[in-house]
Ligand binder design. Structure first.
Ligand code: RFL
Ligand code: PHB
Length: 389
């Protein structure tokens, strides 16, 4: 097989990139380890920045998102009984869109045939070859047969555990990482949200987040030590804890219901530099991870894909080699700012085991400052809606 761009991974990064390239008439093939059903069963992101919404618009597949998604003009930080509203619309003139990653992925999967995007699911033993040459290739096995695709470029959209990042030699790349001493235990339930906007709470018992997928489906999280097991958290125990941590106002309007999904996701900040080596480009979680506190992971994947598609189109159409050469610096500039925001919001809203009274006072002082300063709220708002592309 031969194509212009071989894409490894059919998560949101791979599907968005493949669709954008096909819309520009570029040949590409996506290869994916899992089945479509498995991918759609992963419950992940819920808040979209404008860049992500705009890419769906540009592809002409924003109909369901516009009809079913919930535009939000603000969100709240809670500290005990206090609720600090960040009026993102008044402070930035922009909104975010509450629409699940599962739904975006479903929309992209459904539209793939109309873009002529070939996705090969259920592949094994994916390996990247000759990425430092002008003729890279990818091999895999499926149903017991070895297969190979020759391409002009390979794009690694295969998430944190995929093989693409590891194809960059150690001598060229470096990774920077911060692992947090807790994970987020999430519950999805068909109950109306307790509040019309998201609430991020810092309670003395720990962090909690009230989020949603629609007016009838809620998503909640609490932070738990990494030693906790999902099996130890009955639905009732989790609802009890959420009521305490989110505070009396949210608790009063919280509806309980059986969990559709419950899982623990560890928190991590991670960046692998550079995001290109030779003819291999990395996009999304393959190159970086943010803790979910800033709702940035999927949105960073979308901005990487935006830069990567521009660079690939420029190279493949007009042989503009500078575009590819500039991809990593351009993408990383935005990635590092989102890493900073996600890290600082995580620091502000969680109780770290090593923290003492001084660190707690710093959190309270910062929350007081945010409550009293429009400039502070504006800085949070402009990061939350997404920094410029
Ligand atoms: P994905 O989604 O991990 O997709 C990678 C794909 O590559 C495939 N793959 C392979 N394919 C072939 N061969 C191999 N050897 C392969 N190895 C892996 C995988 O099967 C998979 O299909 O990465 P992508 O596309 O870069 O997308 C990134 C986003 O998924 C991620 O950043 C977000 O989900 C993060 N995130 C959030 N982001 C937001 O922008 N807003 C949010 O509100 C938000 N909330 C969250 C989140 C992530 C969470 N978890 C579980 C980590 C909430 C949570 C709880
Ligand atoms: C979610 O709804 O899953 C969600 C929302 C906001 C975040 C993280 C996750 O910051």
């Amino acid at each position: 097989m031969r194509t212009q761009v071989a894409i490894v991974g059919a998560g949101p990064s791979g599907l968005l990139l493949g669709s954008l390239l096909r819309a520009e008439g570029i040949e590409c093939v996506v290869i994916e380890r899992q089945t479509p059903d498995h991918i759609l069963s992963r419950i992940r992101a819920g808040v979209l920045e404008q860049i992500t919404v705009q890419l769906m618009e540009r592809l002409g597949i924003d109909g369901r998102m516009k009809a079913e998604g919930l535009p939000h003009g603000g969100f709240n930080l809670a500290d005990g009984e206090r609720l600090i509203r960040i009026d993102i619309e008044a402070l930035t003139g922009k909104q975010v869109m509450v629409y699940g990653q599962t739904e975006i992925t479903r929309d992209l999967m459904a539209a793939a045939p109309s873009f002529g995007l070939e996705i090969i699911y259920g592949v094994q033993d994916v390996a990247l070859h000759d990425i430092e040459s002008d003729a890279p290739s990818v091999t895999w096995s499926k149903d017991g047969t070895e297969q190979r695709i020759d391409a002009q470029f390979v794009v690694g959209c295969d998430g944190f555990h995929g093989p693409s990042r590891r194809a960059i030699p150690d001598a060229v790349g470096r990774s920077l990482e911060k692992v947090y001493p807790f994970g987020w235990l999430g519950i999805l339930a068909d109950v109306p949200p307790c509040n019309h906007e998201l609430i991020y709470a810092n309670h003395e018992r720990g962090f909690a987040l009230a989020s949603m997928r629609s007016s009838t489906r809620s998503r909640y999280y609490i932070d738990v030590p990494l030693t906790e097991r999902v099996e130890d958290w009955s639905d009732d125990r989790l609802w009890d804890e959420l009521e305490i941590r989110l505070g009396p106002q949210a608790a009063a309007s919280m509806t309980r219901g059986p969990s559709l999904e419950k899982s623990i996701a560890p928190l991590r900040s991670f960046v692998s530099e550079p995001m290109r080596h030779g003819r291999l480009l990395l996009c999304g979680d393959a190159a970086h991870i943010v803790p979910p506190t800033g709702a940035k992971g999927l949105n960073l994947a979308a901005s990487d894909v935006h830069y990567a598609s521009q660079a690939l189109v420029a190279h493949l159409r007009t042989n503009d080699t500078d575009a590819i050469a500039g991809y990593s610096d351009k993408a990383l500039a935005r990635v590092w700012k989102a890493e900073r925001f996600s890290w600082s919001l995580t620091r502000l809203m969680h109780r770290f085991p090593e923290d003492g009274a001084f660190e707690r006072r710093m959190q309270v002082a910062e929350l007081d400052y945010i409550a009293s300063s429009e400039a502070a709220r504006q800085a949070i708002a402009e990061n939350y809606v997404g920094l410029p592309i």
